[in-house]
Design a protein around this ligand. Structure first.
Ligand code: GAP
Length: 433
């Protein structure tokens, strides 16, 4: 069976835990709702996604500038941006009987508690920001940022003054964001601490539609980098109450998550000049762009925004595959090769033959020079090692056997087909290059 929509989320979550991708946060203390920890392979997968994103959207372009702003910001930032106000709230209802709290827009009935059947109280606006106190006196209020975007807006002038970019240009940032979600759920989908990869792309007001379209196409290119099939991704125009307080037009890119259905993976928003104008008012600073003729303008903004954890979840579910290679069902991750946490695994055919182990180590050292994300494995028999590597999505396995000692050839196995070919060591090194 290839990967289908019927692949259950339970299977993906179970593999993610079993193979060291993702663990429940604070697990030994019973966990903490909405917090997940990335294990050794998960962090590598996540870093590979970040690296691919940074390469594609920052390094390969001349009009993009990187940034890494602080998570803690002056509280005035959030007043100016509108996040302390009604714009950044979710509708909260509480059961009058069992006092359980729900996000009202996620309930089927807004009358009765789904747990105990008790009456639900009045709807309240619940602000999603985590508040914190700064300094030994604890008298300065701050927030854990709920989006990375504001770090970009408050540094707009710094980037313009130091880098002298020409409009249009963008500033990109990858980093943590925090939201006190009323109901964190569905694995990495809705968490209280997550990572965003965001771009604020500054344009002349008249050009916004043109650049909105350009970024729409680029998001599809990114979806290809993640290896997501186009049948499982759709665009949805966000309208009415769902439109964020800063946006005039937003398209959500939704992925068809197993057991959940289509839901937001990334968003593309036209934020107008809302944020820069608000920070001009709030800070009294001139956050403007000055052209070669000395004319000034407050740029408008196109914002492609990507949730990194949702990308990890989509990549894991898309690549989860079962087939009938061999006697039993084989589970493997058909990860895009660039994203796979381990690229090549090198084994000795038998671990109790010192000459094979020594030769395999030698091959491994050679391979590692070219592909650092390689692994040496001599646990269990070769069949079991293949299964283990399949489950973590390693594209290639190299086995060193007695023939290798004679003629310097190895067996190269392909993850997707299970096919093995005999290849000269020198050819292998050249191919990996
Ligand atoms: N700066 C725009 C912004 O923050 P958003 O739609 O609220 O827009 C952007 O968030 C992306 O962040 C979403 O598309 C989603 O992938 C991710 N995201 C938002 N809330 C999340 C949560 N609670 N858990 C995991 N990812 C989340």
């Amino acid at each position: 069976m290839e990967n289908t929509k019927d692949t259950t989320m339970e299977k993906v979550v179970s593999l993610a835990k079993r193979r060291g991708f993702i663990f429940q946060g604070s697990e030994i203390y019973g966990g903490l709702a909405g917090a997940w920890d990335y294990g050794p392979l998960g962090v590598t997968l996540k870093n590979n996604i970040k690296r691919a994103w940074w390469r594609m959207f920052v390094e390969e372009r001349d009009d993009m500038y990187g940034l890494d702003a602080a998570i803690l910001m002056n509280e005035k930032v959030w007043e100016a941006s509108g996040h302390t106000g009604a714009g950044f709230t979710d509708p909260l209802v509480e059961c009058e009987k069992c006092h359980k709290r729900y996000r009202e827009d996620h309930l089927e009935s807004t009358e009765k508690c789904p747990e105990c059947g008790g009456k639900l109280g009045e709807k309240k606006d619940f602000n999603l920001m985590f508040e914190t106190k700064v300094g030994a006196q604890g008298n300065a209020k701050s927030y854990l940022r709920p989006e990375t975007a504001q770090g970009i807006f408050v540094n707009f002038k710094n980037v313009v003054d130091t880098m002298r970019p020409k409009l249009p240009f963008g500033i990109a940032q990858i980093g943590k964001a925090f939201r006190n979600e009323i109901a964190p759920r569905e694995f990495l989908f809705r968490t209280r601490e997550f990572e965003q990869m965001e771009i604020e792309y500054f344009v002349y007001e008249n050009d916004w539609e043109h650049f909105f379209e350009e970024w729409r196409i680029r998001i599809w290119n990114w979806i290809d980098v993640l290896g997501l099939s186009h049948e499982r991704v759709r665009e949805v125009d966000v309208v009415g109450n769902d439109l964020a307080h800063y946006s005039k037009k937003t398209i959500d890119f939704e992925y068809d998550f197993p057991g959940k259905g289509f839901d937001e993976l990334s968003g593309l928003a036209y934020r107008t000049a809302h944020d820069l104008e608000s920070h001009i008012k709030g800070s009294g600073q001139r956050l403007v762009y000055t052209d070669a003729e000395g004319k000034t303008t407050v740029p408008h903004v196109i914002e492609p925004s990507f949730g990194l954890d949702r990308a990890v979840m989509a990549v894991l579910t898309q690549s989860y595959t079962e087939d009938n290679l061999g006697k039993d069902t084989r589970v493997f991750l058909k990860l895009p090769k660039d994203l796979a946490p381990v690229k090549v695994a090198v084994f000795p055919l038998m671990k109790n033959k010192p000459e094979l182990v020594a030769k395999a180590r030698e091959v491994y050292e050679e391979v590692k020079k070219i592909i650092p994300n390689s692994m040496f494995d001599d646990n269990g028999n070769v069949g079991k090692r293949y299964r283990r590597q399949d489950e973590i999505g390693t594209p290639w396995c190299v086995t060193v056997d007695f023939d290798t000692l004679e003629d310097n050839t190895v067996t190269l196995r392909n993850r997707d087909t299970g096919e093995q070919e005999r290849i000269a060591l020198s050819a292998l090194i050249a191919e990996l290059h």
